[in-house]
Ligand binder design. Structure first.
Ligand SMILES: [Zn+2]
Length: 201
């Protein structure tokens, strides 16, 4: 069995943006603190993990059936911004440039990784488009090859009259995940979003 401290370091290393050096620093810091503080942190993680569920409309994290954004009367329901994961909503909200609602796909299509249409909330998005009749679908899926393919697939799938399908303006560095984009770049990419060209068809 590993040294317990190394086990903690390995667990922390699995978190995004935490490399071995930071993991060691965090682990040692946690162990230097009074025991109650480390226990309280552990309990907070367990507690929040149990309380949070997914919004039944947009699949964002939520403590209730509907998340605060879907519940809000201040949000413009005629615009649905499609993102890969809840962290992207967090990034877009920080930009302060968006007043519409969201839809979390739960990933992007990736045949090589076995992520097909049925693994994502695509059918649910289709149902929302039918029932909510939005004016615009903003595909904010980052710039990886899989994300681009997914955006094009969705644009074709939901192409119909009275629904504008757009994507974020270029300007996000190639391959960058949305959640790591800075607020100003993201705000601009949202403001200058462009219509998706469907290609032949
Ligand atoms: Zn929601």
């Amino acid at each position: 069995m590993n040294n317990p401290l190394e086990e903690l370091v390995n667990a922390l290393c699995r978190l995004p943006t935490i490399g071995p050096k930071s993991a060691w620093r965090l682990a040692l810091h946690l162990m230097e603190q009074p025991e109650e503080e480390a226990v309280a942190l552990g309990e907070t993680i367990i507690d929040v993990r149990k309380k949070l569920t997914r919004c039944k409309v947009c699949f964002n994290f939520s403590v209730q059936e509907l998340c605060s954004i879907c519940q809000s009367t201040q949000r413009d329901k005629s615009h649905i911004c499609v993102v890969e994961k809840p962290a992207d909503i967090f990034a877009i909200e920080k930009s302060g440039r968006y007043r519409g609602v969201y839809h979390v796909l739960g990933g992007v299509l990736s045949p090589l990784n076995g992520i097909g249409i049925d693994k994502l909330k695509i059918a649910e998005l289709g149902e929302r488009i039918e029932s909510e009749a939005p004016q615009e679908l903003i595909l904010a899926l980052g710039s990886s090859a899989d994300a681009e393919t997914t955006a094009l697939y969705l644009a074709r799938l939901f192409k119909k009259k009275n629904l504008r399908v757009t994507r974020l303006a270029r300007g996000l560095p190639a391959g960058m995940e949305l959640e790591y984009a800075d607020q100003i770049t993201l705000g601009q990419a949202l403001n200058e979003r462009i219509d998706i060209i469907y290609g032949e068809e």
